[in-house]
Write a protein that binds this ligand. Structure first.
Ligand SMILES: Cc1cc2nc3c(=O)[nH]c(=O)nc-3n(C[C@H](O)[C@H](O)[C@H](O)COP(=O)(O)OP(=O)(O)OC[C@H]3O[C@@H](n4cnc5c(N)ncnc54)[C@H](O)[C@@H]3O)c2cc1C
Length: 380
């Protein structure tokens, strides 16, 4: 057990994309943070590989543009959706000024981010077990008994929101879950279309994306009470659900993909912190949340990764300003996140409202709330 008696300027807690982006942004401001980021073995498998075109700009601002040139990622030029209609509509991303989005190899992407962050930080590959503010300093307890001290702390712990939930209320907007799996191709005789497909169904929606390694990423989003009983353990139940789709099932069959195991069930609901940062002098310890810890969004938006990168970049710069005595950038970050959440909620209601075929079904009627009503419901 070691007690590090130094007081670090900033501690970043969480080893995902948001934590790594924060560390890199801090380093670009000349701050070397302590990074509390457990190793890969402590982390559940990560899902979600669609990277929005706007992420390219943030990656470039972090000096990480080359990470996206890795051939393990592929350009995402063709996205089709059957949403509000039985027919597939193509949404061509090639028209984006930033260039096309990407279908990432998440393992490779997260490793590249972690490697870059590790070069510019002091990393502890352990889990945070406690956080307390005493005598003007954060005291952070680590698994195994060690502890570290810092002046500012960044919560990048994803949906567990380990520090933010001690500071402010977590607003839970919905409890959506995802059944996720990666599906191998039975034979490579048929070249599968390099595409992403989204299909609305009666009790949720399906997402399928061909990965650069040839497997299909398959996810079904629904509410916990609407998932078919036994789906967690019964591969036939999972196959039957996918077979009930009109387009995804045909794509899988035609290209020879076999569902061979039941899915993992992971949280995919929307929830956010009432306030994503604070530093009210003596009254409130200085802290900020980034990525999913600040606001975890419905993956339909495909903006979780981009928001994680953006928030890490903003908080890295804002924490550095705070160390220099200027808290205005931190306040501006809070306002930007809050405005983003309001916009996101309005967009979500509009997009779910476009699906009228299943408007009597619980999954869809739960989401058919006017933006005003929804915000009123979620305000304290
Ligand atoms: C099914 C699904 C599909 C998705 N698809 C997409 C998509 O296609 N495109 C997209 O842009 N987004 C997608 N998302 C969202 C995206 O994956 C997330 O927004 C993004 O990964 C969040 O990154 P993060 O770093 O904030 O959190 P995480 O990736 O969850 O990282 C949090 C880290 O904190 C660590 N941690 C937790 N507790 C502690 C602790 N006490 N001490 C130390 N470390 C701790 C964890 O080990 C982990 O390393 C999807 C999400 C889901 C659930």
């Amino acid at each position: 057990m070691t007690r590090d008696s130094r007081i670090h300027d900033v501690a970043v807690v969480g080893g995902g994309v948001a934590g790594a982006a924060t560390v890199i942004a801090l380093a670009r401001e000349g701050v070397t943070p302590i990074w509390i980021a457990p190793g890969h073995s402590d982390r559940a498998e990560v899902f979600g590989e669609s990277l929005a075109p706007s992420a390219r700009t943030v990656m470039a601002s972090l000096g990480l543009g080359d990470v996206l040139k890795d051939p393990r990622h592929r350009a995402s030029n063709a996205t089709f959706s059957a949403w509000g209609s039985d027919f597939l509509v193509e949404r061509n991303a090639a028209v984006h000024l930033e260039g096309p989005g990407l279908v990432l190899d998440r393992e490779a992407f997260d490793s590249s981010m972690a490697y870059a962050a590790q070069q510019v930080s002091e990393r502890r590959t352990v889990v945070l077990t406690s956080a307390a503010w005493r005598d003007g300093t954060w005291s952070l307890g680590l698994h195994g008994g060690a502890s570290v001290k810092s002046r500012f702390v960044v919560d990048a712990t994803g949906r567990s929101v380990s520090i933010g939930r001690r500071m402010v209320r977590v607003v839970t907007h919905d409890r959506m879950v995802a059944a996720v799996t990666r599906v191998p191709q039975r034979s490579t005789d048929v070249e599968a279309t390099r595409a992403t497909l989204i299909e609305a169904m009666a009790d949720g929606w399906l997402y399928a994306a061909l990965l650069a390694d040839g497997r299909m990423s398959l996810a079904y989003f629904s509410d916990p009470d609407l998932l078919p009983h036994g789906i967690r353990h019964d591969v036939d139940c999972w196959r039957a659900l996918v077979a009930g789709s009109r387009h995804v099932s045909r794509w899988l069959d035609d290209a020879g993909f076999d569902i061979v195991e039941p899915p993992s069930i992971v949280a995919a609901g929307t929830r956010w912190l009432e306030r994503p940062a604070g530093a009210n002098g003596e009254d409130e310890p200085p802290w900020a949340a980034v990525g999913d810890a600040a606001a975890a969004m419905d993956p339909l938006s495909s903006h979780g990764l981009t928001t994680s990168l953006w928030s890490g970049a903003r908080v890295g710069a804002a924490a550095s300003s705070w160390l220099g005595g200027d808290r205005a950038p931190l306040d501006r970050y809070s306002l930007a996140v809050e405005a983003g959440i309001r916009q996101y909620v309005a967009d979500q209601v509009r997009v779910y409202g476009q699906e009228r075929r299943y408007c009597g079904r619980p999954f869809w009627s739960r989401r058919a709330i006017s933006p005003g009503g929804l915000l009123a419901r979620t305000r304290p």
